[in-house]
Write a protein that binds this ligand. Sequence first.
Ligand SMILES: NC(=O)C1=CN([C@@H]2O[C@H](COP(=O)(O)OP(=O)(O)OC[C@H]3O[C@@H](n4cnc5c(N)ncnc54)[C@H](O)[C@@H]3O)[C@@H](O)[C@H]2O)C=CC1
Ligand SMILES: CC(C)CC(=O)C(=O)O
Ligand SMILES: [Mg+2]
Length: 367
Amino acid sequence: MSNPSLLILPGDGIGPEVMAEVRKIIDWYGAKGGLTFDVTEDLVGGCAYDKHGVPLADATMAKAQEVDAVLLGAVGGPKYDNLDFSVKPERGLLRLRKEMDLFANLRPAQCFDALADFSSLKKDIVAGLDIMIVRELTSGIYFGEPRGIFEEGNERVGINTQRYTESEIDRVARAAFELAMKRGKKLCSMEKANVMESGILWREVVTKVGEDYPEVALSHMYADAGAMQLVRAPKQFDVIVTDNLFGDLLSDAAAMLTGSLGMLPSASLGAPMANGRPKALYEPVHGSAPDIAGQGKANPIACILSFAMALRYSFDQGAEADRVEAAVEKVLADGLRTADLLGEEGVQPVSTSQMGDAVVAALDASL
Ligand SMILES: NC(=O)C1=CN([C@@H]2O[C@H](COP(=O)(O)OP(=O)(O)OC[C@H]3O[C@@H](n4cnc5c(N)ncnc54)[C@H](O)[C@@H]3O)[C@@H](O)[C@H]2O)C=CC1
Ligand SMILES: CC(C)CC(=O)C(=O)O
Ligand SMILES: [Mg+2]
């Protein structure tokens, strides 16, 4: 049987820095962990634009469609801010998500015990936190038409369109209910049905899908109140399902409950392939962090935990995913902190690479 295949797209800014640490873990699995992956690497984002004039070459897109899973670092940066929107680095990532049809973006926010003191919230509010945000990823306002900047009378108008079909809502709702069934059997759906027709339809369809999952306690919240509840009492939630834009915002906010944006992984999943596993792309929730890029300051844990999600969802290696997560937990419990996790007096930060090395050492110790 052939090895599982991985396409690695490090991208821009801190993307290559955090991905280098994931490569150490992939190498560790090849050498000692009994799992060998066929890895190919390619360009996405600004670096792809620099080489090909587009943020995602067709050949890279085709590779992404063929492999068992894609791992992505981050895209974008100030160098590309004034590019025409059609070739901006972020469009490369949007194209991957759309053409791979990765409609369910799983963004788990877990507060490791060692970081409970470091969260933006008080310790008792976040200790033991383990919630899952399911963000719809291939539709909504990031993709709806019409979009653009148009002339209207004697001024310009910027337009984006929030658009959801029933089937788009149905499939992401089902993914969220399935997850809720495996977790705490509680699902909260967030939209703005009070002011948006797409929100009204969202609520109707999620409620209908809920009839197929009578064991799951379904609730609905307006997304603005949901944002407030997320920082007031996050442990009231188990699984949250929401649209593309609200999910983008709520998951960055949830990251700070865990201590840092550098802690939040994600899995973007589509329909099952012939082998029964979903089409999938794994990436940290954070961006290319131009303010710290090239300085060895980036926290690689979000990217490492994204690889753990790949082990779980694409490679049927739940025990190995647990092993990687336990290794991360150990290095944090040992007191290692990248600069984004510093708060305590007198603690010296470790570099991106030292954090990756420590996780590999913890994997060694786990054998
Ligand atoms: N999935 C992706 O590739 C994403 C790309 N972006 C792009 O990234 C660029 C920068 O966007 P920003 O709004 O600054 O968001 P960002 O997520 O890159 O950074 C926000 C803040 O969090 C910090 N941060 C992020 N990741 C970190 C890590 N691993 N370790 C330590 N600190 C970390 C940064 O230093 C910065 O202060 C933009 O071009 C944006 O479009 C933004 C979000 C997601
Ligand atoms: C295309 C991305 C830059 C949008 C984003 O912030 C995200 O998906 O988290
Ligand atoms: Mg985002």
